[in-house]
Design a protein around this ligand. Structure first.
Ligand code: HEM
Ligand code: HEM
Length: 178
C-alpha cells in the first residue's frame, strides 16, 4: 500500500514527539515501581526507585496535558480508513488511554498526600493540603493499582493493533506517529 502518507495523514511533529515521550515515561514509571522489591523497605535504593516512580508518573501527567492541549488546538489527521468497528474500537481505546494516563498520576499523588506524606516531584515538594485520611488513601491506592492492570491491557491492545495494521494490513500506520 501507500508507503508515503501525505503530511496531513500524520500527526504534527509535537504530537508525534509527545506520543513517544509518554510511552517512555510510562515504561519508566512501571519499571521503577516493579523493581523496588529488589531492595528492603527503608533502604536508599528503594527510596530512590519510589522517588523515580513519582517523577516518571508525574511526567506522564505533564506530557499528557501538553498533548491534550496541542491536540485540541491543532489539526489532527482523519482516522485511518477501515471497517466501522475498527474505527470505533480504535477511538474508544485512544479515549481510554487519554483518561487513564491523566487519572493514574492524580490517583497516585492523592493517595500519598492523603496518607499524610509529602510528594517530591523533581525536587518541588507538595505537602498535604488536607488532613490525612488513611481509609481514603488506601482506596485510592487500590484503584491506582487496579488502574495499572488496565494500563498493561490497553497499551498491549493498542500496540498489538498498531503492529497488525503495520505488518498484516500493511497500511504504514506507524508513519502517522513517526
Ligand atoms: C509500543 C507502544 C505503542 C505503539 C506501537 C503505538 C503506536 C501508535 C500508532 C501507530 C498510532 C497511530 C494510530 C492512529 O492514528 O489511529 C498511535 C496513536 C495513538 N497512541 Fe500509541 N503507541 C504506543 C504506545 C502508546 C501509549 C503508551 C499511549 C498512552 C497514552 C498511546 C496513546 C495513543 C493515542 C491516544 C493515539 C491516538 C492519537 C490521537 O488521536 O490523539 N500510545 N499509537
Ligand atoms: C501514569 C502514571 C503512573 C503509572 C503507570 C503508575 C503505575 C504503578 C504501578 C504499576 C504500581 C504497582 C502496582 C502493583 O504493585 O500492583 C504503582 C504503585 C504505586 N504508585 Fe504509581 N503509577 C503512576 C503514577 C504515580 C504517581 C504520580 C504517584 C505519586 C506521586 C504514584 C504513586 C504510587 C504508589 C504510592 C504506589 C504503591 C507502591 C507500593 O505501595 O508498593 N504513581 N503505580
Amino acid at each position: 500500500m501507500n508507503s508515503s502518507l501525505a503530511s496531513d495523514q500524520r500527526y504534527n511533529a509535537v504530537l508525534r514527539t509527545l506520543h513517544w515521550l509518554v510511552l517512555l515515561a510510562v515504561v519508566l514509571a512501571v519499571l521503577t515501581i516493579q523493581l523496588q522489591d529488589i531492595y528492603a523497605k527503608g533502604t536508599p535504593g528503594r527510596l530512590f526507585l519510589r522517588a523515580s516512580h513519582y517523577a516518571a508518573g508525574f511526567s506522564v501527567l505533564v506530557l499528557m496535558t501538553l498533548r491534550l492541549l496541542t491536540r485540541a488546538l491543532s489539526h489532527a489527521p482523519a482516522p485511518v480508513p477501515g471497517a466501522r468497528w475498527m474505527q470505533t474500537s480504535a477511538r474508544l481505546t485512544h479515549l481510554a488511554l487519554y483518561g487513564l494516563m491523566i487519572a493514574m498520576p492524580i490517583l497516585g499523588i492523592a493517595s500519598v498526600l492523603l496518607a499524610g506524606k509529602p510528594v517530591d516531584l523533581y525536587g518541588f515538594v507538595l505537602v498535604p493540603p488536607f488532613g490525612a485520611d488513611a481509609v481514603l488513601s488506601r482506596s485510592l491506592k487500590n484503584i491506582h493499582e487496579t488502574g495499572a492492570t488496565f494500563v498493561y491491557i490497553l497499551v498491549g491492545l493498542h500496540a498489538a493493533a498498531a503492529l497488525w495494521h503495520q505488518f498484516v494490513l500493511k497500511d504504514n500506520i506507524f508513519r502517522r506517529v513517526l
